[in-house]
Design a protein around this ligand. Sequence first.
Ligand code: NAP
Length: 512
Amino acid sequence: MVEALILWSVGETPVSGPFGRDRICGVVAAPDARGMVRQTRAALRQTRLLEVRLDWLADEEGILQFLGWVRRRPPRATLIATCRRRVAGGRFRGSIESQIGLLRQAIECGCAWVDVELETAENFDKGTLHRFFGRAKCLISFHDFRGTPKNLAAVARRLDRIGGDGAKIATHCKSVADSVRVLQMARGRKNVIAVPMGEMGLSARVLALQQGSALTYAAVEQATAAGQLCIEDMKHVYRADKLDRQTRVYGVIGDPVGHSLSPQMQNAGFRARNINAVYLPFLVRDLRDFLGAIEPLGIAGFSVTLPHKERILRLLDDCDPLAAAIGAVNTVVVRGGGKLYGYNTDYVGVLRALERRIPLRGSRVLLFGAGGAARAVAFALAQGGAMVCLCARRMERAKALARAVGGEAVERRRLRREFFDAIVNATPVGMHPHAGQSPLDAGELNCRLVFDLIYRPEKTKLLQLAARRGIETVSGVEMFLAQGAAQWEIWAGERAPEAAMRKAVLEALRRQ
Ligand code: NAP
């Protein structure tokens, strides 16, 4: 078990910086003035720091209309005006002169900052830029939407040469290592904003403030760059503005990982227990790339999902014997000296979900599917004293797993005639977005209980078929919660707040 986690420093108020008290910047971006006003109002409920993307408005008339509204009803917020040209990845089609003219108008209407891209700034000397923008502060920005340059120090030097009041480096990250390099640009430097873009940079955006970035951006209605989170998630799920150097960082690694409900579940647990920790989704294609980020990001543990559950075994320093027997790890703890120790809590999840409903000892359970999750289920059932029957579309896999757990392989055609105490689906058939499908027909469900490992949707087609036949059903949500609570307990070293975690998962499922 890890030592007790450091408690959250509740009540600590952030020191007001050059962008005001808030450090999560809501990005207001709409094609017309009405949309910009609506988004501004919505964003103000969450933050007093807004970027207004004037270049997203369809024409200059719309920009002037919106700025007129800002002048008449100045929002109580720090506004950063951006009118980025297309050459720098923005949407503004006009000339540099009209861009400067609109930014000057934005200042007159109350914007405290202007964001000027290097492609524009490098056309002028420092004195001229200052004359253009007078009392407003100037953020000089660098964007690369295709990748992260090898030499980021050279980029920083270009930005420094302009001598703005702040600098922003936003690059597309193709690896976790890229996102770490982008974050490092903000370390120990004042008024530098690090923006790791793309799906691979999503978690680094959450960690940006903790790592020294002056602010982090979040979408109000729609993302303006890949990997941008919405402001609600940034603030309430990840609490990005509350993270500090003591925060313990956890996460889930997978590919894909965007659909995972683990961040909602695990963060709700940390919140409920007032623990200074955050749990993030890491899109990981190459395991070694992620392992290299453990030390710089201060990662204390992580969950492992498809397709890495088996491959991670080879990269661990040590592993729970049961996880080794199953041949899959879904939970890793980072111990002293960066040593990695693996567990399998899917196993615990199966037992917790089933044991409450049927006595496993002496029961006969059919497991349909013979992949990674099926291995954990088969070992758990066998350990619980059940006779495990296996059926899969590739019977040789079913036979091999049956041999490993002392069970029996059952041909598909026998299912209509056989009776089981329980049937467990361990295939992805029926999972979102193919919710209309069932892995088994109604006639094959001859049992007292059906357990579907799928948790999205909560009530799969298979469970509906079973319920119609009067069979008791168990959703994959039960296993998901139980394996997640077991992970949480391994990391936190105390009992998981299961009710809070369940509530967060069910709410997220019902929103989808
Ligand atoms: P996996 O390793 O890819 O294994 C999937 C299994 O399903 C394989 O045996 C595969 O057969 C079989 N299969 C796939 N499509 C099929 C089809 N159309 N007809 C018949 N069999 C089919 O995946 P996994 O990690 O075991 O995950 C399986 C399911 O469990 C997923 O839906 C996953 O979300 C769920 N799960 C839930 C939890 C939870 O906490 N609730 C935890 C883990 C997993 P082949 O070998 O022939 O391809």
